[in-house]
Design a binder for this molecule. Sequence first.
Ligand code: HEC
Length: 203
Amino acid sequence: MKTSLKLAVTLIVTALSFSIYSCGNQATTEQEEMPADMKPQEPTQEELIALGEYKVTTMGCHDCHSPKIMTPEGPMPDPERLLSGHPADETLPASDPKLTAPGAWILMNQSITAFVGPWGTSYARNLTSDPSGLGNWTEENFKIAITEGWYKGIRDGRRLLPPMPWPNMRNLSDEDVHAMFVYLQSTKPISNMVPEPLPPAGS
Ligand code: HEC
């Protein structure tokens, strides 16, 4: 009895897996024979912009590139100055070189757009579509800047300073870089000429 029950169960399971398997197979064949007008289409400009905005927001670009305003939930990107970089007219207090010597501290301002460390002072740059931002950039410049860490996307120029997290972006796909660039070129142009970095105090 026991053996025939086992046999029956085995037969049912085998029959079921065959039918599941053949269903799967059918789906693959149907997909292969999909008419051309049902194949995935190139994204529209609007879809690219939405994807780029999603990437730029979830990858944390606002953390450093948008000046902040204080809200009940803490410092938040200022909606009027999104992605415009360190405000050129913001004066910062002098920092004590002992505090930021190698092995000591890294400091930042309360807008989280200026950073002082053993490399000197660096300022998050303007990523908006204004000419003082990325307005005159090519997509190739953008790709080289964010995936290889070169200032203005020009190899042989200077390397981007901390804390720009370009090494995290090394393996970004061309599609993602493209969507981010298209989005950034669609942003409200904000004129803000970010200052050049300063060498470490006393050097
Ligand atoms: C932790 C802070 C921080 C984050 C997060 C950050 N950046 Fe930066 N970024 C900087 C700083 C600071 C600089 C300026 C470095 C310098 O001058 O060498 C910079 C420079 C750049 C540059 C080069 C601009 C130029 O003129 O050469 C680009 C492009 C850029 N960031 C894009 C992005 C994008 C896109 C993101 C999000 C995916 C991002 N950054 C996230 C801090 C940050």
